[in-house]
Design a protein around this ligand. Structure first.
Ligand SMILES: [Zn+2]
Length: 124
C-alpha cells in the first residue's frame, strides 16, 4: 500500500469555491399592505407584523463563486481520498475550509456548479 496521497491542488494554487452571500429581500408587509397600520375595532394600531415599518426583511442567501488560495492540505479521519481537506484563504484574507470535491480550478466550473444547484432547487 502506498502512503502517497493524490491531491488535485497544491499550496499556493488559486481555486474557487461556492460561497453564500446574505442578500436579504425587502418586501412590502402583506398584513398592512405597506401602510404600517391596521384597523381593529375602528381604531388604528401599529401593524403587529412589521411593527409599523411597512416592510419586512426576508432572509435570502445568494450562491456566489469565491476565489481562494490554497494554504494547506490535510487528511480527514476516514482514510480515503474523499476526506482530503483544504485550508483556503479568500481575497479578503478570510480563512475557509473545503473538501476537494467542493473545490474548482476555474470560475467557469464553479459557475456551472452554482447553476446545477439552482436547477436542482427549482426542480424539487
Ligand atoms: Zn405591516
Amino acid at each position: 500500500m502506498s502512503n502517497i496521497i493524490e491531491h488535485k491542488y497544491n499550496i499556493g494554487d488559486t481555486v474557487y469555491i461556492v460561497a453564500s452571500k446574505s442578500n436579504p429581500i425587502k418586501t412590502e408587509c402583506k398584513l398592512c399592505n405597506g401602510s404600517g397600520q391596521v384597523e381593529i375595532k375602528q381604531s388604528i394600531w401599529k401593524c403587529p407584523s412589521c411593527k409599523g415599518k411597512k416592510t419586512k426583511i426576508e432572509p435570502n442567501f445568494e450562491r456566489i463563486p469565491m476565489k481562494c488560495t490554497v494554504r494547506g492540505i490535510w487528511i480527514g479521519k476516514q482514510e480515503d481520498w474523499t476526506s482530503l481537506n483544504y485550508d483556503l484563504v479568500n481575497t479578503n484574507g478570510v480563512r475557509k475550509r473545503a473538501k476537494e470535491l467542493k473545490i474548482f480550478s476555474c470560475i467557469e466550473d464553479v459557475e456551472r456548479q452554482i447553476d446545477k444547484e439552482r436547477e436542482k432547487r427549482e426542480n424539487s
